[in-house]
Design a protein around this ligand. Structure first.
Ligand SMILES: [Zn+2]
Ligand SMILES: [Zn+2]
Length: 151
C-alpha cells in the first residue's frame, strides 16, 4: 500500500469535519464505556467485560479503517503510465492540471489537486478522496460507524 504524501485537510470544511469526527468518536467511546456501562453493570462482572470488549472491538475497527482510508494513496501516482503512444488503450484521458495520462474512470479532484483512480467522491470527514485503493477501508469505516451508532 502506498501512503499519501499529505494527509492534512486542505479546506475549511475538511478541517471542521475531520476535527468534529476526531473529537466526537473518542468522546462517545469514553462516555459509553466509562460513564454509561458502569451504571448498567457492576465493574468486573461478565456482562461488563463483554460489553467492554465488544465496544473496544468496534472502536478499533472504526479507528483502523479511518486511518487506512486516510493513509492509502489512491491517486494516479501509483499507476504505471504507458510511455508509448501505442500502449495507450481506449478510455485513457489526459489531465491538463496534472499533465499526466490517466486510466479510464479516473477523475481530477480540485481539493486534493491530483487525479484519483476510479474516483468516487471527496470525503470531507476523512479529508481525502475515496477511490479504487481505499474504497474497501472507507466502506468498512462507514459500516463500523453504523454498527457503533446502533450499539
Ligand atoms: Zn488531474
Ligand atoms: Zn479529493
Amino acid at each position: 500500500m502506498l501512503t499519501q504524501r499529505c494527509i492534512l485537510p486542505h479546506t475549511a470544511s475538511d478541517i471542521f469535519s475531520v476535527t468534529f469526527l476526531l473529537i466526537i468518536v473518542p468522546l462517545i467511546y469514553w462516555f459509553e464505556l466509562w460513564i454509561v456501562l458502569p451504571e448498567l453493570y457492576e465493574y468486573g462482572t461478565s456482562p461488563h467485560i463483554f460489553h467492554c470488549c465488544l465496544g473496544s472491538f468496534i472502536m478499533l475497527n472504526v479507528v483502523g479503517n479511518f486511518t487506512y482510508t486516510v493513509l492509502c494513496d489512491t491517486s494516479i501516482r501509483q499507476v504505471l503510465i504507458p510511455t508509448n503512444k501505442g500502449d495507450i488503450k481506449e478510455g485513457w484521458r489526459f489531465c491538463r492540471i496534472c499533465e499526466l495520462i490517466g486510466p479510464p474512470r479516473s477523475w481530477h479532484c480540485d481539493i486534493c489537486n491530483i487525479c484519483i483512480v476510479k474516483r468516487d467522491h471527496h470525503c470531507i470527514f476523512t479529508a481525502c478522496c475515496v477511490g479504487h485503493c481505499n474504497q474497501r477501508y472507507f466502506l468498512m469505516f462507514i459500516f463500523y460507524l453504523f454498527i457503533s451508532t446502533l450499539y
